[in-house]
Ligand binder design. Structure first.
Ligand SMILES: C[S@@+](CC[C@H](N)C(=O)[O-])C[C@H]1O[C@@H](n2cnc3c(N)ncnc32)[C@H](O)[C@@H]1O
Length: 243
């Protein structure tokens, strides 16, 4: 008789293979198969490198995720992927899906989870949190994310939208992920609000080519990597180890 396994959503941290939890490593070593989305830019190969360091014998399989904005195409792909995962749960026991950073922060895992649960609502799931990219950024640059009664908002720059402008006007400190596509627009918005020198840019954290730029002003018209983010620290522009 088939045994239904558990689906683990595992965060493997932002890039440095040492920034993964002990629990994540234990589970990665125990599952029958580890799934990773194959086309979210270079996430897949980075996640693979991290896994291989801790679980060299892991059986890693990719779930194809088309580079497409068509909702119908995407939904079909996720249904196919969810069925692959459900089949593995029935036939092979426990499986994992890995994600860079944290699985519940702008992650493909949340789409997979929703689709799996739509097909089989009783699927047993456990999520192992990961260190997010912006936590790693704050640590490497000694920038407190929030202090006292300050507020912090995490936004996506993927659309370079008006929402970003409105948020920047209202909140103390802001993390902007996915800055790569509309970097120019984000730069312009920060410049208009006179926030460039309170903004720190991070790229490829914990990976070869890591870059930290303390004052975003120097990045005018720059081309930035997919793995880039900005922390705007409006109330604390004197970073602890600044200048
Ligand atoms: C799809 S989101 C994934 C977020 C991830 N789940 C997390 O917890 O940080 C991808 C964005 O995360 C950020 N990111 C992830 N890893 C990063 C790294 N090593 N260095 C800089 N930014 C990173 C970038 O803003 C990138 O565009």
């Amino acid at each position: 008789m088939s045994r239904k396994g558990k689906l683990y959503g595992i965060g493997v941290g932002p890039g440095d293979p040492d920034l993964i939890t002990i629990k994540a490593v234990r589970i990665l070593k125990s599952v029958s198969v580890i799934f990773a989305a194959s086309s979210t830019k270079n996430d897949y190969s980075l996640a693979r490198n991290i896994i291989c360091k801790h679980a060299p014998n892991a059986n890693i399989e990719t779930l194809p995720f088309p580079m497409n904005n068509d909702k119908v195409v995407l939904q079909k792909a996720w249904e196919r992927n969810a069925k692959t995962v459900l089949k593995a749960l029935s036939e092979r026991g426990d499986v994992a899906f890995v994600t860079l950073g944290d699985p519940m922060t702008y992650s493909t895992f949340s789409y997979l989870l929703k689709t799996v649960r739509n097909i089989e609502s009783q699927t047993d799931v456990e999520i192992i949190p990961g260190i997010t990219s912006y936590q790693a950024a704050a640590s490497v640059a000694n920038i407190p994310l929030v202090q006292g009664d300050q507020s912090l908002v995490v936004v996506s720059g993927a659309k370079g939208s008006d929402k970003l402008l409105q948020t920047l006007k209202r909140v103390d400190n802001i993390v902007i992920l996915k800055t790569y596509k509309y970097f120019d627009k984000i730069y312009e918005t920060l410049a208009n609000l006179d926030l460039l020198d309170q903004s720190t840019f991070f790229s490829r954290l914990g990976l070869p080519g890591e870059e930290i730029v303390r004052n975003v002003k120097s990045l005018k018209s720059a081309t930035t990597s997919y793995l880039s983010l900005i922390i705007v620290n409006r109330t604390n522009n004197q970073n602890l180890d600044d200048k």
